[in-house]
Design a protein around this ligand. Structure first.
Ligand code: ADP
Ligand code: MG
Length: 380
């Protein structure tokens, strides 16, 4: 059935060089069989313990104020030497969440994967990855065309279309169109009675191979970085939304004027950094930017908490404020509607306040229920 909760996964990234240089200590541990992540206060860890790994993975006996959270998966990507943990590289990440979501797409469900977390926590690494260590998006696209090749027959064919946009300061920009105006022209968000909210004039591109998608992805990611520089910002301030539209066309070999179409949308969202604006000492443009990010992310937070409360059966029946931000309006279906949705909360191993806030946010998302349906039409 299509009823189900949003799947929530947590991924802790490795130490960055500057954190190793600063001798930062690991404040996390995970029990992967239970899906739990535990966060320790920096001053709660007894680092004198001989059993501590080189990076200071806490094996502390003092767990006075440890905070434990349970998720569908807790994914350890901090180091390969911590005992009793399996290191989650990009391959294993795809095993845990990517492949199954692609199965759903071929069944005809809309899917959505969101990466949440502070800047530098590993959202883009998880979604896009690097040339040598591709993330969920390239792996899904690669697998998609492998499957299409295997499944295509005289009576079953597939088409794939892609689009890529970003939301910056509540405005939508096409990432697959070169910027020709200064400042760039935002696109309008409209609502169709059938398909709900959509971006007007967003370009969509038919793709027939992984190589073609890769070209567009590179273009889009470059545009995201360039656009940010031109607007005197950083790409960590925008939400990037990559969408694949998969259409399966089956014709009946006997009654050959009967065709069955299955349409599914696969969506990947690399959210803006969740760190609070006032913690960055921002002023002017940056502050306004921060306020607008907060508008989208705080609205996302409110949407999540209202959906979570109603799923938990609380009496309060608040209107879900999808319309209060561009992000939540465009993701309406993926949040509490017709979609199978996963959130990957990305965390740093050594930032107590930000990690705590990300884990709390992610905990709420666990309660959201969506009602995915197979999107099938019969055309005769
Ligand atoms: P974000 O998009 O959340 O701002 P990034 O994905 O850019 O963060 O990650 C910050 C840095 O950490 C990058 O250099 C990235 O390559 C690295 N990194 C993040 N997650 C991982 C991981 N799981 N394994 C290896 N390196 C990672
Ligand atoms: Mg990023």
């Amino acid at each position: 059935g299509g009823q189900g909760n949003v799947r929530v996964l947590v991924r802790a990234r490795p130490f960055l060089q500057r954190e190793i240089d600063a001798e930062c200590k690991c404040l996390l541990s995970m029990d992967q069989s239970l899906g739990t992540t535990t966060l320790y206060r920096p001053d709660d860890i007894d680092f004198s313990d001989d059993g501590v790994s080189d990076l200071g993975t806490p094996l502390s006996r003092r767990v006075r104020d440890a905070k434990e959270f349970a998720f569908d998966e807790s994914m350890w990507s901090v180091d390969r030497m911590t005992k009793n943990t399996q290191f989650v590289d990009q391959d294993l990440l795809y095993d845990k969440v990517g492949r199954e979501f692609l199965d759903h797409s071929f069944e005809g469900y809309h899917t959505c994967m969101l990466a949440y977390g502070q800047t530098g926590a590993g959202k883009s690494y998880t979604m896009n990855g690097t040339d040598r260590e591709p993330g969920l998006i390239p792996r899904t696209c690669y697998d998609l065309f492998q499957r299409i090749e295997k499944m295509t027959t005289a009576t079953m064919t597939f088409t794939v279309k892609i689009s890529y946009f970003e939301i910056y300061n509540e405005h939508v920009y096409d990432l697959l169109l070169p910027v020709t105006t200064d400042p760039p022209t935002p696109l309008k968000v409209r609502e169709s009675p059938v398909d709900g909210p959509y971006v007007k004039d967003l370009t969509t591109h038919s793709v027939r191979s992984y190589a073609e998608v890769e070209k567009y992805l590179m273009l889009g990611n470059k545009q995201r970085a360039t656009a940010a520089t031109n607007m005197n910002a950083t790409s960590s301030r925008s939400h990037a939304v990559f969408t694949l539209a998969l259409k399966k066309i089956e014709s009946d070999p006997i009654i050959d004027e009967t065709t069955e179409e299955t349409n599914s949308r696969i969506r990947f969202v690399d959210l803006a950094g969740s760190e609070r604006a006032n913690s960055t000492g921002a002023t002017g443009t940056r502050l306004r930017e921060g306020a607008n990010i907060n508008k989208s992310l705080t609205t996302l937070g409110r949407v999540i908490s209202i959906l979570a409360e109603s799923a938990l059966g609380s009496k309060k029946r608040d209107v879900v404020p999808y319309r209060d931000s561009t992000l939540t309006w465009l993701l309406k279906d993926n949040l509490g509607g017709n979609s199978k949705t996963a959130m990957i909360a990305c965390i740093s191993p050594c930032d107590y306040e930000e990690t705590l806030s990300t884990l709390r946010y992610a905990s709420q998302a666990k309660h959201i229920r969506t009602r995915a349906v197979v999107n099938q039409d019969f055309i005769s």
